[in-house]
Design a protein around this ligand. Structure first.
Ligand code: SF4
Ligand code: SF4
Length: 354
């Protein structure tokens, strides 16, 4: 059976206000938010954009979604999670500052912004999944605790996962830092001697007593280390490094299994929306911006796998090129194929034009 993916056309360069109005009309006409119930806490998970990028989904859409959710007497909040790498979005303080600079203030959206994984990205809940790689995945607490989820993604190319859509926004974007680390890393951490100040915070937090100070520099005993990433989380000086050498295919499989954890935590209580405008070569975590396709539209579905499959096909149809020609020359359909293989979602879709 095919999964419905709803498609709102837009023309290249269409104004954000018009796109938002079309989306609002479609949501109301089809009652796609019917799963939101009285007093539900509703997480709007999106990506607020790295500095100097332009591609993120604009705040006015969340003002509109918030209004629709409040009409149901439910309580929406905007949310995202900390990045693994250092930078403004590595903790809640910098992340919220940057989001506000990109227009995600209470004044513009009329909804509060709460980081789903806490101050430093370590507030998480284990979600059991019947995966091949994992039996449980570490998902940001508030994603699990919220009663409903509206996952709003900006579709882009991506240098390691091939493309970034709903699955990436769920798998990587809804995981705690430890969950992200489990996807990215194959090794135990090491200390960057030049950056270590010898503050000792990592020693206090290391659950395996694997860290000691030698001449005021932290040292990790790899035999004792259990790879929990606590040291990465607590080090404020970017002094803990990891080997990020995961293969493209394996990384995509891990993303899909984490995304499955998010979907399993929200059975019948999630809506997935992909924006296919300002489609860029790189994801919104990258500072630069290079448009690779004319604007296409907004896609809506209850199955994130069908949604991403349709998004990918539409970009390739619109440009007449493979995504690997538009973005990076790496295997990029692994996310879709693997999701089908493990029984998470259905990539066979029926495009329903609105
Ligand atoms: S927390 Fe960071 S800076 Fe402090 S001792 Fe550990 S590695 Fe060094
Ligand atoms: S990864 Fe965990 S166990 Fe290993 S050194 Fe860091 S805090 Fe300790």
């Amino acid at each position: 059976m095919k999964e419905n993916v709803f498609f709102i056309h837009i023309v290249d360069g269409e104004a954000d206000e018009l796109i938002c109005q079309k989306l609002e009309r479609a949501i109301k006409a089809n009652d796609w938010l019917a799963f939101v119930k009285n007093q539900d806490l509703v997480a709007f998970k999106t990506h607020f954009g790295e500095e100097n990028t332009q591609g993120y989904v604009r705040p006015l859409n969340f003002f509109m979604l918030g209004r629709l959710v409040k009409e149901k007497n439910a309580r929406p909040f905007l949310t995202d999670t900390a990045t693994l790498y250092s930078g403004l979005r590595a903790n809640a303080v910098g992340h919220i500052e940057l989001a506000q600079r990109h227009g995600f203030s209470y004044e513009s959206t009329q909804i509060p912004l709460i980081m789903a994984d806490g101050l430093t990205g370590d507030e998480e809940i284990d979600v059991n999944i019947p995966g091949r790689l994992y039996q449980k995945v570490k998902i940001a607490s508030l994603i699990v605790k919220a009663q409903s989820l509206v996952l709003v993604s900006h579709f882009t190319g991506h240098m390691v996962s091939g493309f970034g859509g709903a699955l990436k926004n769920m798998g990587m974007g809804c995981s705690s830092r430890r969950g992200k680390l489990a996807q990215h890393s194959t090794a135990t951490p090491s200390v960057k001697k030049k950056k270590c100040t010898g503050c000792g915070a990592c020693i206090t937090w290391c659950p395996a007593q694997a860290i000691t100070l030698k001449e005021e520099i932290a040292q990790i005993d790899k035999k004792k280390c259990i790879g929990c990433a606590e040291c990465l989380t607590v080090c404020r000086f970017d002094a803990v490094g990891y080997n990020w050498s995961e293969t493209y295919e394996q990384l995509q499989r891990k993303i899909v299994e984490h995304a499955w954890g998010v979907a399993l935590a929200k059975p019948g209580k999630a809506l997935y929306i992909n924006f296919l405008n300002r489609i860029s070569k790189d994801c919104d975590c990258m500072g630069g911006y290079k448009k690779i396709s004319p604007d296409i539209g907004v896609l809506i579905a209850f199955d994130p796998v069908a949604l991403d499959a349709a998004s990918l096909d539409l970009v390739e149809r619109k440009t007449g090129k493979l995504l690997s020609q538009l973005s990076y020359d790496i295997p990029y359909r692994v996310q879709i194929d693997y999701a089908r293989e493990i029984g998470f979602g259905n990539p066979d879709y029926r495009l329903v034009e609105i």
